[in-house]
Write a protein that binds this ligand. Structure first.
Ligand code: ADP
Length: 412
């Protein structure tokens, strides 16, 4: 028995297969539509051995997911066929970006729940339709499997109003639902549990700042295992500088360029999402590793880009740690957080006042999951390899087992 995990983005679906009993991953892959609307590339990575890559005709996610399932097992499923695949996959777990204010925990996805999710489309217009399409693809390919959704926003359900309200007219919140939500919740939830495990302490008394630094980046302040705030807001555009996203900027700038420089709303949207951040400053790339390499080779604007990046991460960690009244551990995760020795070193300079003392040698030599603080550092510095797909598989299994228990119901 297996669990299928689907993580649908605007032009790709990442998938993973986990053993139902052990939660060990048995295969991972990605369906990627970048470049051509009706053709996708499937890359399948077995835990051992060479990745398999295939170009396929796939006008939609449904065809793509069925192709992926064909590659995953010896007996291919056909649409609506009660086949081997259906018996093998007992549950499908979906990563969904937005659950609005209503969805506070993992849910079983049925027709009613899909209607609820559709109500949030305006909050994530690229990602929610993609997530719904992946749900429908899985329903078509595996009609007997339970569908379960985990929402990026759910970990932030208990953020207090003082942290989630913007100082704009209160009617914007009442009438339009404008408030801060927070994103990357599944990763932050995993790191919260993993940090407690690494520190051999229950999550309850811990004050954590978790920095998820990848192509998209955010940090969360966690106290007693509960998220207090996250640097992303109404959308994932707020907070840190990112690969191509600006992160937080003075809203006055936006008014200025609209009013005085003749930018259209569509142009401004494209610039803030796709032409800012590391790419916008360096002019070279949105990829941190490439920008860091160029900076080390003497490229001035690349240097500036990573300096701004580190500065902003450091200042926001400071704000979050103060919100918590101190820091027991600072966690780095995501592609940049887990891998860039330079970034961690740079960010931790100046955090000594919060009790953070990075051990330069350990920082340069250790890999996730490990503690790279000095022995006497009051706050620990943890590198954690985030495992969002494992969290989705684990929660999907939990709900699948609950669904078989009489008397359990599906409340968001
Ligand atoms: P996503 O948010 O798409 O899941 P990841 O968490 O994989 O992305 O992070 C991707 C980022 O991590 C890229 O900017 C990449 O350059 C960066 N990265 C990966 N490896 C390294 C490394 N060794 N040094 C610095 N940055 C790295």
């Amino acid at each position: 028995m297996s669990i299928l995990v689907l993580n649908a983005g605007s032009s790709s679906v990442k998938f993973g297969v986990f053993d139902f009993d052990t939660l060990e991953p048995t295969a991972r892959g990605i369906l990627d539509w970048a470049g051509a609307a009706r053709r996708a590339t499937i890359t399948l990575k077995p835990p051992h051995g060479e990745p398999l890559r295939q170009a396929i005709d796939a006008p939609d996610y449904r065809t793509g997911v069925i192709h992926a399932l064909n590659l995953l097992k010896p007996c291919p499923p056909r649409l609506g066929d009660q086949s081997v695949a259906e018996r093998r996959f007992r549950v499908v777990g979906h990563r969904l970006i937005h659950g609005g204010e209503e969805i506070r925990r993992p849910v079983v996805i049925d027709a009613e729940m899909k209607k609820t999710i559709r109500r949030f489309i305006h909050l994530a217009p690229l990602h929610i339709p993609a997530g719904l399409e992946a749900i429908e693809a899985a329903e078509a390919a595996l009609p007997g499997a339970l569908q379960v959704g985990l929402f990026d926003t759910a970990f932030f359900a208990d953020i207090p109003p003082a942290a989630y309200l913007y100082p704009v007219p209160y009617s914007w919140y009442e009438a339009w639902g404008i408030r801060r939500f927070g994103f990357h919740g599944t990763s932050h939830a995993y790191c919260t549990e993993r940090a407690a495990e690494m520190l051999c302490r229950p999550p309850a008394p811990l004050r954590l700042v978790i920095c998820h630094l990848g192509q998209g980046s955010s940090a969360t302040a966690v106290r007693d295992g509960v998220a207090i705030t996250n640097t992303m807001g109404f959308t994932p555009l707020e907070g840190f500088m990112m690969g191509t996203r600006s992160g937080t900027v003075d809203p006055g700038i936006l008014l200025f360029v609209l009013r005085e420089k003749g930018l259209s709303v569509a142009e401004l949207d494209a610039i803030l999402h796709h032409k800012s951040g590391l790419l916008g400053i360096s002019g070279i790339s949105s990829d941190f590793r490439q920008v860091e390499a160029a900076a080390l080779a003497g490229h001035g604007r690349a240097r500036l880009a990573i300096d701004i990046y580190a500065y902003r991460v450091r200042t926001m960690i400071g704000a979050l740690a103060v919100t918590l009244g101190g820091l027991d551990a600072l966690v780095f995760t995501g592609g940049i957080g887990e891998n860039s020795v330079w970034l961690r070193n740079e960010v931790c300079k100046g955090l000594e006042c919060l009790g953070v003392h990075l051990d330069a040698r350990r920082n340069a030599s250790l890999a996730p999951d490990d503690d790279v603080a000095t022995k006497d550092s009051k706050a620990r510095v943890l590198l954690i390899h985030t495992r969002e797909d494992y969290m989705i598989a684990r929660e999907a299994r939990r709900l699948a087992l609950e669904a078989e228990t009489p008397g359990k119901h599906n409340s968001p």
